[in-house]
Design a binder for this molecule. Structure first.
Ligand SMILES: [Zn+2]
Length: 340
């Protein structure tokens, strides 16, 4: 992936390319902006472009020289990636001490040694403080790139030592263009990926790679068939690999009921999340009152929040299945479902 391939971050990339062109490269950067929009790819690409041995384009990575290839496979001895081990873990002082001691050695073969510190806000106070002096007086031929979703999450003393590059979420239209033109995603599916990723390009691409739309439709189809088979529905909801996917399965249901609610109130197809389920959404409008939908949406949101509290997933699946089945059973008889 070269700078040309990173979409929606033209401003950030323009700044970085200008500094490559004029060879005015700072020693400490802070890439800041929402998750999943290309900060990490841009950092990796900057490391490649700085060290690329091809003369062809001084402001981008060639992708074919030994340096670019080694950085792509994360096997370059002078390019380091530091990242917290888990979502809630921090970048501890030992890791930062290791960064500092490596930074003080000369590069093996790179023009510039690069340290990419992802989720830099995961540095705790001790590691942040240990890092300050090195950030301020970075060793020669060393670049630190700190990445974070918000500069407010970092110590102000860290922020003030870095050259800040801001990354912005793409506009929905930009994201649709990228998905359709670059990844050959069909228009309807691009719309869905845009909706579920909140227009975050990296996230949308990861969702596409994980076949999110197929999974979503399996969940929605099983929901619509819950009157015939509650066990199919339970199976689909319980079909996940990670806790995030479990939450996503519930999110599919929440957003589907929201769509039904929205269509009942606005009759606007363009406002719907599930752009591939418009006929089904219209059909569901007949079955539910707005109060029913409001109740169901809140119910599924509550159950979804239990996932974070480590409630036994089987209980969540059973409660959800029973609740929805009873609504669908009443709805399909034509009587208004119970309202609360
Ligand atoms: Zn290269």
């Amino acid at each position: 992936m070269s700078f040309e391939d990173i979409k929606g971050q033209d401003r950030a990339i323009r700044i970085l390319r200008a500094s490559l062109r004029s060879n005015r490269i700072f020693s400490s950067y802070l890439f800041v902006g929402p998750d999943g929009i290309g900060k990490f790819e841009t950092a990796k690409n900057f490391a490649k472009a700085v060290n690329c041995s091809s003369e062809k384009n001084p402001t981008d990575a060639c992708e074919t020289c030994p340096s670019c290839k080694r950085i792509n496979s994360r096997a370059h001895p002078d390019i380091f990636f530091v990242t917290p081990k888990g979502i809630s873990s921090s970048i501890g002082i030992d890791e930062i001490r290791s960064v500092i001691s490596k930074a003080n050695l000369k590069p093996y073969e790179a023009k510039k040694k690069v340290f990419i510190i992802d989720n830099a806000h995961s540095m705790n106070n001790a590691s942040s403080n240990a890092f300050l002096k090195t950030l301020e007086e970075a060793p020669k031929d060393t670049i630190f790139i700190l990445i974070s979703r918000s500069k407010e999450l970092l110590l102000s003393t860290i922020v003030s030592r870095c050259h800040i590059i801001k990354f912005f979420t793409a506009s929905p239209q930009e994201l649709l263009n990228v998905l359709e033109e670059k990844f050959n995603v069909k228009k309807n599916e691009a719309k869905i990926l845009n909706n579920f990723s909140s227009s975050r390009i990296g996230e949308a691409i990861r969702m596409k790679d994980r076949d999110l739309i197929k999974r979503k439709n399996r969940v929605i189809d099983s929901l619509l068939g819950i009157g015939e088979s509650a066990s199919d529905f339970s199976e689909e909801i319980a079909n996940y690999n990670t806790r995030d996917e479990f939450k996503e399965n519930l999110e599919f249901i929440i957003s589907f009921f929201r769509d039904v609610f929205l269509y009942k109130t606005m009759s606007d197809e363009n406002a719907l999340f599930h752009a591939d389920k418009i006929a089904e959404i219209k059909n569901e409008c007949e079955k539910f009152t707005l109060e029913n939908l409001d109740y169901l949406i809140k119910k599924v949101i509550t159950l979804s929040s239990y996932i974070d509290y480590n409630v036994n997933p089987k209980i969540i699946v059973d409660v959800l299945t029973n609740e929805l089945r009873s609504y669908y059973a009443r709805g399909s008889t034509g009587k208004a479902a119970r309202s609360r």
